[in-house]
Design a protein around this ligand. Structure first.
Ligand code: ADP
Ligand code: MG
Length: 692
């Protein structure tokens, strides 16, 4: 679909000024400088030429066909320009100028108008308010952009909503001496969307890795669908945006406050299999490894070093990153004993010694290639002046080209002196890093991608013992009565419809009724004030636990009556269930996305440590388990130091049932089960709140 945009046979620039410091002029310059393979047509009613290229007064005066036209004239003139492009038979338009949606309603109206005109001619709009695209393919060399980095051909494709971030990434990759395939920064994205670009990159054979920068999603579902499909085929690397918001938002114990834009972006990335980074430099450096090496099929690393310290640093980093450095087999040890220096260390890491020659390195590489329990190879290579380093590099390059196992190298040298060695490493596609941490991080990123790609998320279970229509009835009647917060009996009714276990309860209208309800339930009980006005019951003395007889129930009820009597108070009597682990499960609606679901341990764990996990509904059993296992306090759920744990299988099931509940009942804005009392073999919800 976007093929012609990235592979235009001819390009026109509407608004190509003769002034050097203007966008249209710079685009003309870039096309020339990057050696664009087709004709360039500057459009300018006054100048006969721009940068030495013949200009035309109007696009309709151009003799040949035009695949792609830039528009860099003021927004108010663009509808007419787009219309002329349509008449000329242009296929794609990049609108570089600003002055559209980003400036307000007037600009937004022009933006809608140009898209409408374009579509009426079957044209597509890229932008407006954007940089454009670059295709480094030697047969195309389309620099339809006003930036200043001239990348060599390569396998990394970049798509960035923000041109600023995109340009920094492109420059950094260029500085690393690595090529780029495509670049796209589409600004306001009025027509061609980021998901479309991701899909195009997904189909582009020469794109081996995609770098993505987005801050939000116009259509989260469109994005998720495209990203999921592409991430299964090739790595998509992205920055985690807005993580400070996550910390800020996590300050409150209610899901409504816990979730934020930053969290949902990260969840969307995780759910679709996009690899996220906290650091742009690390993302770019990792992209270099992805572009040059096969993805490892596991997390076990074999290490080769010719110097001690960097191996220690790398080991720490790799282990921190969840990788394993398994011992060598006897077979490998025997193989190496015959081939390395007697003083060499034959274990993992293999220390070949600083005096190691090409044959020693090759033996170490071969030994690791032949080890079944090794998935990837990490090398520390400092270039000793008393060794034929080019010969060593040739062995690494040869092994790299075999593409049997992932290779990364912490290459420590003075590059201007060791130019020959450096060139051999580069031609051999050996990703080289100045520091052991960076080489390790790149390998960790590749291993993480393999884990993301190979996880079996499974499909969403639909529980068929639920009564959806009854639950809908409860919600609808509250909506009819214009109530936002459901009453306790309504909430518990809905939970019952979805098979979510709750502590036994009764609603009473008077203290006496409360006492008799307590009798039915059996002592001890808890008495709670039920009123639309009271949200945090215990904060205002609306919860009395461990009431052991009717006298205590009556006294507590009368006390509440005195406190809250005016506000239509009812008494919620519930079985007292002490001694369990307090768990929180919540759901919160995110515009355009559906509900986020949250899991955490209650009390100080959520309030102080913000130790919670999120996902996007609907969730599968795998995802529910992953949520539970990913909180830091998970060992407490498993049972820690003799303390009893919680019924994880039941919690997994409740998470899935809540997921189904909020998916079935989209009217629900917020839902909190706080707390759920979890025991070793059973769990009960003891407090629940639903807001519509
Ligand atoms: P709120 O959250 O509105 O303050 P809750 O119903 O959650 O009120 O009660 C406050 C706390 O009291 C709970 O977090 C829990 O520690 C305790 N609690 C409430 N109900 C029970 C119960 N049935 N069994 C044991 N403890 C309970
Ligand atoms: Mg509560």
């Amino acid at each position: 679909m976007l093929h012609t945009l990235f592979n235009p046979k001819s390009v026109a620039i509407i608004g190509a000024s003769a002034k050097e410091l203007s966008i249209g002029n710079v685009i003309t310059k870039n096309l020339l400088k990057y050696n664009f393979k087709g004709p360039i047509y500057p459009i300018n009613p006054k100048a006969p030429e721009v940068r030495g290229v013949k200009a035309y007064p109007s696009i309709t005066d151009v003799p040949g066909d035009i695949d792609l036209a830039h528009i860099s004239i003021p927004a108010k003139f663009s509808p007419q320009a787009v219309d002329e492009c349509g008449k000329k038979g242009v296929k794609f338009i990049i609108i570089n100028s600003a002055g559209y949606k980003e400036v307000g309603p007037e600009g937004e109206a022009i933006e809608k108008e140009v898209v409408r005109i374009a579509h009426s001619y079957g044209m597509r709009i890229f932008g407006p308010n954007c940089q454009g695209i670059i295709n480094s393919d030697p047969d195309v060399r389309a620099y339809c952009d006003f930036t200043f980095t001239y990348p060599d051909p390569g396998h990394i494709s970049i798509v960035a909503q923000s041109g600023g971030v995109g340009a920094v990434i492109m420059q950094n990759i260029h500085d690393l001496g690595v090529g780029m395939r495509h670049y796209a920064s589409n600004g306001n994205a009025a027509d061609i969307s980021i998901p479309e670009i991701i899909k195009y990159y997904g189909e582009d054979e020469k794109t081996k890795v995609i770098i993505l920068y987005v801050e939000g999603f116009a259509d989260p579902h469109e994005f998720m669908e495209a990203a999921k499909e592409v991430a299964a085929k090739k790595p998509i690397l992205a920055m985690r945006a807005g993580r400070t918001e996550e910390g800020a938002k996590a300050a409150t114990s209610h899901t409504g406050g816990l979730a934020g834009a930053g969290i949902s972006t990260e969840l969307i990335f995780y759910k679709t299999g996009i690899l996220t980074f906290r650091d742009e430099a690390e993302m770019c450096q990792s992209a270099v490894a992805f572009a040059n090496q096969p993805v490892p099929s596991g997390n076990r690393v074999g290490m080769i070093t010719d110097t001690g310290g960097p191996a220690i640093i790398a080991t720490d980093e790799l282990i921190d990153g969840g990788l394993k450095i398994p011992p060598l087999t006897d077979k490998a040890k025997e193989y190496l004993a015959d081939r390395l220096y007697p003083e060499a260390t034959i274990s993992n890491p293999i220390d070949v010694l600083a005096t190691a020659n090409a044959r020693h390195y090759r033996s170490a590489l071969d030994a690791l290639l032949n080890e079944d329990q090794i998935d990837s190879i990490y090398i520390n290579f400092v270039t000793p002046p008393f060794v034929d380093c080019e010969a060593v590099a040739k062995e690494m390059a040869e092994v790299s080209k075999m593409r049997q196992k992932t290779l990364v190298c912490n290459y420590m040298t003075d590059k201007p002196q060791w130019t020959g060695t450096t060139a051999i490493m580069k031609d051999g596609n050996v990703p080289c890093y100045d520091f052991p941490e960076m080489a390790a991080k790149a390998l960790i990123a590749m291993t993480r991608y393999n884990e993301l790609r190979s996880r079996e998320i499974g499909s969403v279970i639909t529980f068929d013992d639920v009564d959806k229509s009854k639950a809908k009835g409860v919600i609808n009647s509250a909506i009819k009565q214009k109530r936002e917060i459901l009453l306790a009996d309504e909430v518990y009714e809905i939970l019952a419809c979805y098979g979510i276990p709750v502590a036994e309860w009764e609603i009473a209208g008077s203290p006496e009724e409360a006492a008799s309800a307590a009798m039915t339930i059996g002592y001890p009980v808890v008495l709670k004030a039920d009123s639309e006005q009271i949200i945090h019951k215990s904060d205002v003395g609306g919860v009395k636990v461990n009431l052991k007889d009717s006298g205590e129930v009556l006294a507590a009820a009368i006390e509440m009556d005195e406190k809250f009597g005016k506000s239509g108070l009812r008494y919620f009597v519930q079985k007292f269930m002490p001694g369990g682990k307090e768990i929180i499960i919540g759901a919160n609606k995110e515009p355009g996305l559906g509900h986020l679901i949250m899991f955490g341990l209650g009390g100080i764990f959520v309030e102080l440590l913000k130790d919670v996990a999120f996902d996007i509904t609907p969730i599968t059993e795998f995802e529910a388990n992953h949520m539970i296992e990913s909180i830091k306090t998970y060992p407490l759920i498993e049972g820690f130091r003799g303390e009893k744990g919680a019924d994880k299988a039941k919690l997994t099931e409740i998470l899935q049932r809540v997921s189904q509940l909020v998916t079935d009942l989209p009217e629900i804005g917020e839902m909190d089960l706080n707390p759920i009392m979890a025991f070793e073999n059973e769990v009960f919800v003891v407090d629940a709140r639903i807001k519509i």
